[in-house]
Design a protein around this ligand. Structure first.
Ligand code: SF4
Length: 334
């Protein structure tokens, strides 16, 4: 491992100042992904700026009755918060589906958003990888790609984003607050992540030195209260998703009045399934309709031999969770 400097930031402005002019410096939160990548030699920062004292680790209520979650909040604390569990169950469930108890106790909300892909080639410095070493190629396309993406991919990269939490935040229309050299700005989650295109090295729209300071959840609604997260993985716990769905739905006389569907493990970012949502909104909710709506979403998919199953898997998960949510809604159990 390369020798590196370490300093502790006292405030977001202090942290941003510490990275300015240091292109090889990086922020350190819980370290549950960054330290692994440093050990593997995937990233080699010259300086770590510890932001755990600079960021809020708490939730505050906004004037509109939403929640502002400090980026330094630990994943386990966010999952356990009674307001989150009651009004945004999809978020609590997604957090608890991620990693292990020990990792959730360390990992921060900001770090969760910014974690890197677990593509095997990205983590192996002896292999080419356009994301880690731009221009070196993408061996996953002709190689091991069973866990990789089918939507939003390019010829340069088919990596998936690994966060469960981010999939729930996509379904909730969360907003990410960022502090940078130009001051503070808010980014809709849609605008926070980017697709690989011909530059897979960047997972998001942040610039060097930008610091995620908070995530805002919009005011709770019947829709957010009737939301859930379902994750399919190769073993019962402590595994990344093979497929996942964050969903929320309200129905009236079995007709969908509002709906949110976001897929995980199928794209380089949380994938908000707006085509499927539009196909279902205003129509009766049943298994056949959900499968047909997801099939329309997947018309844009690029399927490879070993990951093609994800299109059908996503449809099956969505059909199951939406059916269950609608049944809960009929029984008045948001
Ligand atoms: Fe690298 Fe992306 Fe290809 Fe994986 S899929 S090897 S991360 S370029």
């Amino acid at each position: 491992m390369r020798a590196f400097g370490y300093q502790r930031a006292a405030s977001p402005a202090d942290a941003v100042g510490a990275l300015t002019g240091h292109p090889e410096a990086a922020y350190l939160g819980g370290g549950t992904n960054l330290v692994d990548l440093m050990r593997l030699g995937v990233v080699r920062p010259s300086l770590l700026v510890d932001v755990t004292s600079a960021l809020s680790g708490e939730i505050t209520e906004t004037e509109e009755d939403g929640l502002l979650v400090g980026a330094g909040m630990r994943n386990s604390a966010l999952a356990a918060d009674p307001r989150v569990r009651r009004h945004y169950p999809v978020l609590s469930q997604a957090l608890l589906a991620g990693a292990s108890g020990q990792l959730r106790n360390m990992a921060t909300v900001g770090g969760n958003l910014l974690q890197r892909t677990r593509c095997l080639y990205f983590q192996d410095v002896t292999k080419p990888c356009n994301k880690r070493a731009p221009g070196s190629g993408c061996p996953a396309i002709a190689g091991i790609h069973r866990d990789l993406a089918i939507l939003g991919v390019s010829e340069s990269c088919i990596a998936t984003h690994p966060s469960d939490m981010a999939v729930a935040l996509a379904a909730l229309d969360a907003v990410v607050y960022v502090e940078g050299e130009a001051g503070r700005r808010a980014l809709a989650l849609d605008d926070f992540y980017r697709l690989p295109g011909d530059d897979p090295s960047r997972d998001n729209t942040l610039s060097h030195g930008d610091l995620v300071t908070a995530v805002e959840l919009p005011p709770p609604t019947d829709l957010s209260r009737l939301s859930t997260y379902r994750k399919v993985r190769d073993r019962a716990s402590y595994a990344f998703a093979v497929g996942s769905v964050a969903a929320a739905v309200t129905v009236d006389d079995d007709v969908v009045t509002d709906i949110r569907v976001a897929f995980g493990a199928v794209a380089p970012r949380p994938w908000r399934a707006r085509v499927a949502e539009d196909a279902l909104r205003g129509h009766p909710l049943n298994r056949e309709a959900v499968v047909a709506a997801v099939a329309r979403e997947m018309e844009r998919a690029s399927l490879l031999p070993d990951n093609a199953f994800k299109a059908d898997l996503s449809a099956r998960i969505a059909a199951e969770v939406l059916d269950r949510l609608a049944a809960s809604g009929r029984q008045g159990q948001p």
